[in-house]
Design a protein around this ligand. Structure first.
Ligand code: SF4
Length: 396
């Protein structure tokens, strides 16, 4: 996987003051991928050191008043040209910079105040379809013993749990809010394992309960709140789905977004709501673009066939009618399933980084689909699924 990274984050003394901002988490990532180092400001020919620059009213000025908009454009273009020869799907750029910043940049008063915006180079990369994040995203997704990666597994995918080197096990019945009476359906086990996979700290939940079994949205999201209480910041949801014909094929998929068609929301129920700061949760980029891009890169590197698409969560438990399949296609849905959407809402309300992976075990609307056939399809893709998850964990 090729990743463009700001040179100053890797320790190169290219900043305006002649220094750098090495970030250990970014340097670690750089050791695991093919890196293209970029510094648009030095690529423009601006000297090091130089006065600091900030954006104001669409232009860029040095603190001595010089307008360097042309130089910033030139540097961005030169770096883009270099990347054009060796394309990247991900860029990790220095936060807040007038060249590299994403989301927030300095406001042009040289007072340290920030305003919403993008650096000149970051904006160009985003226009090219590159996933652009700052070092803050890499740091926030970095697992540790205090912040293990939570992995919630769906039908037939529970085998991943056997890869964990266990430190301790947690009976679901000891998890607050999880219904004591719940019994696992075939292919699920109700015991979480805390431990490591390939030395990455994880908590694996090898089964879940569903709305269609009569549980509330708050109950089906109890595992998410538990993971958050354990310190997890990243959460991987894996689920079995049907592939909507014309939109996706049977096989593995990366979820890009979701449509909640269950009619339920954990944030509309007190048990779901009480742990969150606000129920008015921003659901843009609910599935982390950074984690999605890593998953795509791992799949490409390992030759794993993976598609991407929007997930629609329905109440179930019956499968879709032909009219419903047609409607889902019209809505732009690639995958339809009976879990995950409420969990993702809960995870986002708790500010967790979400990766959604699916095994489309059958075509949505197909006849002859049974729980057994889903398990059988899961078995066929289990190895690729495990390679994919392990590959992503390795990069975090
Ligand atoms: S923020 Fe970007 S332009 Fe500025 S020194 Fe770092 S790499 Fe160079």
């Amino acid at each position: 996987m090729r990743v463009a990274i700001s040179s100053c984050l890797l320790g190169a003394p290219v900043r305006y003051d002649g220094g750098s901002k090495p970030i250990s988490e970014v340097i670690e990532l750089a050791q695991k991928v093919e890196v293209v180092r970029v510094c648009p400001e030095t690529a423009s020919g601006l000297p090091v050191p130089r006065p600091p620059a900030e954006q104001r009213e669409g232009r860029v000025y040095l603190s001595d008043g010089r307008d360097v908009t042309r130089e910033f454009d030139l540097g961005a273009r030169r770096c883009l040209d270099a990347l054009g020869r060796s394309p990247v799907s991900l860029a990790v750029l220095k936060a807040k910079s007038p060249s590299c910043g994403v989301g927030l940049v300095y406001d042009g008063t040289y007072s340290g105040r920030l305003v919403p915006g993008r650096g000149v180079f970051a904006a160009r990369l985003e226009e090219e379809g590159v996933c652009v994040v700052t070092e803050d995203t890499v740091k926030s997704c970095k697992p540790s013993v205090e912040h293990p990666v939570a992995i919630v597994l769906g039908s037939g995918l529970g085998h991943l749990g056997s890869l964990v080197r266990p430190v301790r096990r947690i009976d679901y019945r000891d998890i607050e809010g999880f219904p004591m009476s719940a019994k696992p359906v075939e292919g699920h086990r109700f015991e979480a394992t805390v431990g490591t996979i390939d030395d990455v700290p994880v908590v694996v939940y090898p089964g879940r309960i569903h709305l269609y079994q009569g549980y509330s949205a708050a109950e089906v999201t109890a595992l998410v709140r538990h993971a958050h209480h354990l310190g997890c910041r990243d959460i991987v949801f894996a689920c079995a789905t049907g592939a909507v014909p014309g939109q996706a094929h049977v096989g593995l998929g990366i979820l890009t977004d979701q449509i909640n068609l269950t009619g339920r929301n954990p944030l509309a129920e007190w048990d779901g709501l009480r742990d969150v700061e606000s129920p008015f949760v921003d659901m843009n980029d609910a599935y982390s673009p950074y984690l999605r891009t890593l998953a795509r890169g791992v799949a490409d590197d390992l030759g794993i066939a993976v598609e991407e698409g929007v997930y629609a969560g329905v109440l179930g438990p019956c499968f879709e009618t032909p009219a419903e399949v047609a409607a889902l296609r019209t809505l732009g849905v690639s995958y339809v399933g009976m879990s995950t959407v409420c969990e993702v809402i809960m995870a986002r309300a708790l500010d967790m980084n979400v990766l959604g992976l699916t095994l489309a075990a059958n075509e949505s609307g197909a006849t002859g689909v049974s729980h057994e056939s889903v398990l059988e399809a899961a078995g066929r893709h289990a190895e690729d699924f495990e390679r994919l998850v392990r590959g992503v964990l390795r990069l975090l």
